[in-house]
Write a protein that binds this ligand. Sequence first.
Ligand SMILES: [Zn+2]
Ligand SMILES: [Zn+2]
Length: 473
Amino acid sequence: MNHCKTLACRNFGLSDKKYYLLQVTDPSRPELVCRECGAFPPLLNNSALLEELNRSKEQDSASLAACSNQACPSCNKPVLTHRELYHAFGYSGERQRYRCKHCQSTFVDKWSNANPKLDIQQKLLGLVFTGHAVREICRKLAINPKTFYDHLDQIALRCRNKLATVDARFVQMCNSTPMASTLAPLQPSSKNGVNWLATGDAKHGYVFQQSLNYAADEMPPDDSNDTIAKRSRLMPNAFDTQIEANVATPKDLLERVNTKYSEVLSRKNVEDPYTKPIDVTYPSTGSLIRPQYTTYAHFLRIAESTIDWDSITLYLPQEPLLRSAIVSVFKDRMEERTCHPIYVEQNANWIEPNSSETVDIVLLSWWRDRWAFTKIGVGSKGICHLGRETNNERYWLEKASTEQLEDYQSRFHLCFKSVIDEPRRRRRPGGLLPLLDIYRAWNNLCHQNSDGFTPAQALGLARKPYSLADLLS
Ligand SMILES: [Zn+2]
Ligand SMILES: [Zn+2]
């Protein structure tokens, strides 16, 4: 992943040492400088990225029925999405048994029987979704908090299992569907450094993948100056304290975009928002992960899933962390022009245009990013095609939007406010992991838009909305 990331540069995507100046002795100077364009892409530890990729995959597929023989090529490939690798092999009680065609080992699908706890879990979920605090739910159902979180874990595993099939259909049936990615703090009022990256279909809000820069079962490295810690994907608890500054509110959208570029250039590493003065209350358990590792891994997984798609379109908030990851992961597609990453920024007053307004083109910041801005009354919107495509600005100004994904994240914050803001939860984000799985399943399969369609239905992936009972059975 270490190469020049300037699209217009001859060295774009090339990793040969001879194209770069490389130094690691003087920490005040960039480690890698492109001899051609002078860009200094931050170094990334490729084996640490691989670790993060594997961690993220294991986390999402751990509960699914699959061959578990580490020596077998089918290991961890779920039956749900890789039927061809397994034979149905009788039953164990009510549960389906399978045999791996490759290594002959057998295993049981834990989720193939009826849910014996359907009744209580349905009540519990109903209460969680109507904004009740954990304490209240425990009282109403006469259970203790430990039991509550155990139920939540089991519900999350069932949801993940349900979604795996529909996700596979999404990949097969939604070739080239425009997607959007958004990045938000997991718990906005706790400043615990955990960010939540979500990617999904931009039009109907089917959320396909989400990642957190947090590992509940790892320990943060001790010393940030240690060379090993410096090259690790794990983030040490060492931040420069933020000095209160009076930042003027940008007067218009162009100024807002420029302010964001200044913020980005104030980072020591443009791909890592934590390398500038910032207040972080480090989680009391688990470890934060440097966001660039989580982000590159996130898009590597999307690239793997969409390998057969004709093209990839991604609408994004203005953030070089996302840009760098995307142009690196999809570098072949960038060159073939089958990948369209597009920054989209708009103000709160933006309404869908019904006539063609004037479009202003401006080149901004060190990157000379080519932005197109338009205005309707007090509403304004700007887009920037990161592949430097020109003459299509009106089309992208009309189509590009991250709103569905933004709504997805803000609904989560609103709906689960009492759980998210629980005082003991603020430094223990791990407890929210199952809730995220449940929320994604509910959003994709149960939540209906104003026309009564769920995102899965709107995309033709499901015939009807799922009820909570369908999700849990
Ligand atoms: Zn270059
Ligand atoms: Zn096997």
